[in-house]
Design a protein around this ligand. Structure first.
Ligand code: NAP
Length: 353
């Protein structure tokens, strides 16, 4: 395992993203030089929050233009970096028209482009890749077949495909390609973070990130008639960001890490918000499975998805991430409250009373 020199720049790909913005902020606050990539340097609205953070931090930020689909796109941004944190990848659960083009190619080509350029560089010693819990298990029904019904780092998603659950499929094959290339190129370490569903305050006012739009929908009445039953493995965006940074700088960090903190569902999220904000049109019951099967397709969830993902219990084991990355996770209530406050503060959901 290689030590990373903190005086060298760190590359964070996809700095405009919800998760990456927190990683960039934390590194800048530690006084580091951060290289980050954005799809277009002309789209200032997507990265002005990062420039503002830089002005308030001791670190230095350098922006580079890069696209996951363009060969050699990351070369300039990689120059001089020992550590790369690769978060950029499209995250979209519904409304995907062309899975190959919108999800799979960017996820897999992005890994290839970045890893080949890293392999050719003289500086890169480690890549931390953002994968996902969905690269571990595709449908919650499969958890019945796991020992103790627990998800951990030994699990791989074998049920998703380009046609069914394309986002989990894109994350699974991108992570598998990353492990294959790291072994083949054999000149940098690879450490992987597999976050659960991320919530918590966003640093930008964008609403198109899936985690943000889910919270906005929940608070705006879209699920007033009820939410599907079934737990999620939630993690705070700040804890997920910290896990990436620890994975980067702890010399002994190794392998995959399930970064998930709390087994809760969307009624639990609603309950935490309602306690202090009773006037919002939040759900207070579950939609029966048969009804979700009927309406699911209109909301972008196929009947097969509903059958295989609604109403199943599961558990997960995050002990490896806690031990290997020396992290602890913040309370669920704090994540939800801080996220809600940010959305109201930024005008993304209406302020009441
Ligand atoms: P996000 O806000 O949508 O960020 C995605 C980032 O990827 C954005 O910076 C986006 O750039 C960039 N990107 C997408 N396609 C690109 C392309 N062709 N070329 C260059 N950049 C591209 O989502 P997020 O929640 O922060 O997700 C970040 C990572 O965490 C992803 O790898 C995602 O799979 C993973 N993850 C997320 C969750 C979650 O619950 N949020 C859970 C587990 C894993 P633009 O800003 O230009 O669109």
């Amino acid at each position: 395992m290689r030590n990373i020199d903190r005086s060298k720049p760190v590359l964070v790909t996809g700095g405009t993203g919800y998760l990456a913005s927190w990683i960039v902020k934390m590194l800048l606050e530690e006084g580091m030089t951060v290289h980050t990539t954005v799809r277009s340097l002309r789209d200032e609205n997507k990265f002005k929050h990062l420039q503002k953070i830089q002005h308030q931090s001791p670190g230095r930020l350098k922006l580079f233009e890069a696209d996951l689909l363009i060969d050699g796109s990351f070369e300039d941004a990689i120059d001089g970096c020992e550590l790369i944190i690769h978060t950029a990848s499209p995250f979209q659960l519904t409304g995907v028209k062309n899975p190959e083009k919108e999800l799979i190619q960017p996820a897999v080509q992005g890994v290839r482009n970045l890893f080949f350029s890293a392999g050719e560089s003289k500086s890169v010693k480690k890549i931390v890749l953002t994968s996902s819990i969905v690269a571990m298990v595709g449908d919650t029904i499969e958890i019945n077949n796991l020992p103790d019904k627990k998800i951990d780092e030994s699990c791989w998603n074998t049920s998703s495909s380009p046609e069914y659950q394309p986002y989990p499929y894109s994350k699974t094959i991108a992570e598998q390609e990353a492990w294959r290339l790291a072994e083949k190129l054999n000149n940098f370490d690879l450490v992987v973070i597999n976050p659960g569903l991320i919530l918590g305050p966003s640093l930008s006012q964008r609403s198109d990130s899936t985690s943000i739009s889910l919270m906005i929908q929940l608070c705006s009445g879209k699920f007033k008639r009820g939410v599907p039953s079934g737990a999620q493995a939630f993690v705070d965006v700040r804890d997920a960001a910290r896990a990436h940074i620890k994975a980067g700088f702890l010399p002994d960090a190794t392998g995959r890490h399930l970064a998930a903190a709390h087994l809760k569902d969307f009624l639990d999220v609603a309950e935490v918000i309602r306690e202090q904000n009773p006037d919002y049109p939040l759900p207070d019951k579950y939609v029966p499975k048969w009804l979700f099967k009927v309406v699911g397709p209109f909301l972008g969830y196929s009947r097969r998805f509903v059958s295989r993902n609604t109403g199943f219990d599961f558990a997960f084991d995050n002990s490896y991430a806690r031990h290997d990355l020396k992290i602890d996770f913040m309370p669920f209530e704090q994540t939800v409250r801080d996220h809600f406050s940010q959305l109201v503060g930024d005008g993304l959901i209406p302020h009441k009373n």
